[in-house]
Design a protein around this ligand. Sequence first.
Ligand code: ADP
Ligand code: MG
Length: 514
Amino acid sequence: MFIMSEDSQRTQGRDAQSSNIMAGKAVAESVRTTLGPRGMDKMLVDSGGDVVITNDGATILNEMDIEHPAAQMIVEVSDSQEEEVGDGTTTAAVLAGNLLGEAEDLIEQDVHATTIVEGYHEASEIALEAIAEQVNEADVDDEILRQVAESCMTGKGTGGLTAESLAETVVDAIRHVDTDAGVARDNVTVHTQIGASSNATELVPGIIVDEEPAHDGMPSEVEDASIAILDVELGVRTGDVDAEYAIDSIDQLNAAIDAEEGELEGYAETVAESGADVVFTTEDVNDRVANALANEGVLVFEGLGDSDARQVASATGARRVGDLDDLEESDFGSADRIHTETYGDDDLAFVEGGAAAETVTVFVRGGTEHIVDELERAIGDALDVVATALESGEVVPGAGATEIAIADKIRQEAAGIEGRKQLAVTAFADAVDIIPRTLAANTGRDPIDVLVDLRAAHESEGRAGLITSGDEVTIDDPFEHGVVDPADVKREAVESATEAATMIARIDDVIAAE
Ligand code: ADP
Ligand code: MG
């Protein structure tokens, strides 16, 4: 008896398990070479020929357009890592892939999937304890925050900018939005600008929008600005133009023109008289209205995108107005200074200070589109990790040291676990080793030798990572070298990788509709 459509495909038992595991492993494998400060970048070209060059795990996996459902679950690991903590996306995907690889070996040894799942869960609890033991004792101060930012950006394509100088800017930005109620991460935005040779970053106390004045005669700078945001077209509405004028004489034509001019003047007058000296509108502004407003010294930006309008509104405290008749001073927002600047072919409007000073923009310039795109991702990640570290006050040693500590603790505790589950717990520790092994491989070191040395140094010193500093690679205490990651990044990686790997391992029946 058929209960499914004849076209549907079904894979069961070991076949289903091994095909899912293989797909998951393959995905994780694809990002392995990008891990760490010496990780390589990937160039992804889509069907339209658009090119993305990146070192970021989540970005790579999303650009890869992965279809296999089990493989897709690894992409989700990386996505949730990005969403929750903003970094560690490669680590999480690589770990998930290796947990699957170890699970495959266990299945071949006839360890049941349920036992693997139980063992993995138990091991991940031990991993979380190990992470807690590695947390710094000193307070997370600006120095440590800079280290967190720098560790996150080292090895990313940051153009001519050093991770060190960017780290400083990133910490300043997060400090700026650190309030009693927590870190308002959303109040930090990154604005990138492609510019020939310049490689400066700057912190703008406010926001930047890609806009130019609606008229050349308008001021390029307004101080103490009263800001109106309109969703109103300042021109003759098309509906009015279509209204039929039965024009029989020149007088009537003149009257019609006068009426139109009167209407346009009316707009300019209403705006000027309202007291607003800067206007952002999402609609168009007629040239004559713009000219009249320019004469009044009002700075107008037209055709604003909805998200820019929202950003200006939230930064300056302005309320958007949909009908000119409703325009009142109470709707205005404020800023200390609004000015426009030209960068190459682009004009930018800076809205700074006053109410807008609660938000802050990291203004970055880079040589090409690819550089600024990767810079934007790197800075975005760094802002996330600094916010995470500041909020929790917890950082752990990077450079593989925390993973060495996790694997060591799991192996010790595995001795006390009975039966086949012990195999699964130990397998988890073997999977965690992939991180220091990969860091070693990506720096051109022998993974086995490095692993042995790291374990020995961990045994004697309690903290040991494979530190990359300039051209040198050494085994030492990462805290001494400022290589630190937020504890939450490691926790999230362990949890999300375990969840995905156990979920995939438990599947023994795949039914796919055609
Ligand atoms: P992910 O997407 O997982 O964040 P990355 O490519 O950013 O992948 O690599 C992160 C790893 O690199 C972390 O384990 C971090 O501790 C390590 N790391 C960062 N800076 C250094 C350094 N200077 N030396 C060695 N390891 C480092
Ligand atoms: Mg990273």
